[in-house]
Design a protein around this ligand. Structure first.
Ligand SMILES: C[S@@+](CC[C@H](N)C(=O)[O-])C[C@H]1O[C@@H](n2cnc3c(N)ncnc32)[C@H](O)[C@@H]1O
Length: 206
């Protein structure tokens, strides 16, 4: 991790994303979280206050100590226990079939070895568990997708490895999940290159 991604990016991310049109989407998306929840790339913990108090436990995984430093105070006064794992989820230090819900919120875009990380999520999910995702990704219009490819190098530098041209649904299917539902929409007040959203549920194939 570079000095930028550990010291400057976490504060920049917090300030920009907390005030962005993404925030109103957090609570409705998280209402379906159940039981033991693993948040992949929990970052600075912007989701924490939006989880339903009924979940039994949250396991927050993130390799960035700068992000986790910001997450720590946000774990106070929650109705559920929070366990933090400072790791890149490759591998996940969790037993097979030990998690009811995996949450991925704007995370898959910045994971380097995505196939391995998604296979790890598949391994730790219970057979009846669910992988809930809210991700930005590749736009269906080729003229916009072309600009996503063009912007990608600068996006990746400024946003700690974030890629604009991922197709989260395809990545999940390639890792052994079935897409149960998928909703694509454009975030308000965001460029189509950066705000084309994939929100849905994936279930592990046997
Ligand atoms: C854009 S932030 C999203 C943070 C948070 N989910 C949110 O809703 O604000 C992406 C996070 O994914 C984390 N990340 C990147 N690679 C990862 C990996 N291999 N395993 C787990 N987390 C990872 C980054 O450190 C970063 O904190």
């Amino acid at each position: 991790m570079s000095l930028y991604s550990e010291s400057i990016f976490p504060g920049f991310y917090d300030a920009v994303v907390e005030r962005s049109p993404i925030t109103p989407h957090r609570a409705p998306f998280l209402t379906d979280a159940r039981g033991t929840v693993l948040e992949l790339g929990a970052g600075s913990g912007l989701n924490l206050r939006h989880y339903p108090p009924s979940i039994s436990k949250l396991i927050a995984v993130d390799p960035s100590r700068g992000m986790l430093k910001r997450l720590a105070p946000r774990t106070k006064s929650l109705a559920f226990q929070v366990e933090t794992i400072a790791s890149d989820a490759c591998p996940l230090p969790l037993p097979d079939h030990s998690v009811d819900t995996v949450i991925s919120f704007l995370t898959l875009c910045s994971v380097k070895d995505l196939p391995t990380v998604l296979r790890e999520c598949h391994r730790v999910l219970r057979p009846d568990g669910r992988f809930l995702f809210f991700e930005h990704g590749i736009h269906p219009k080729p003229c916009i997708a072309k600009w996503q490819h063009r912007f990608n190098p600068i996006q990746s530098r400024l946003f700690a490895g974030c890629q604009l041209h991922i197709n989260p649904a395809n990545e999940l299917e390639a890792a052994g999940f079935t897409i149960q539902d998928l909703d694509n929409f454009q975030l308000t007040r965001e460029f189509p290159t950066h705000g084309w959203i994939y929100r849905g549920t994936a279930i592990p194939q046997a």
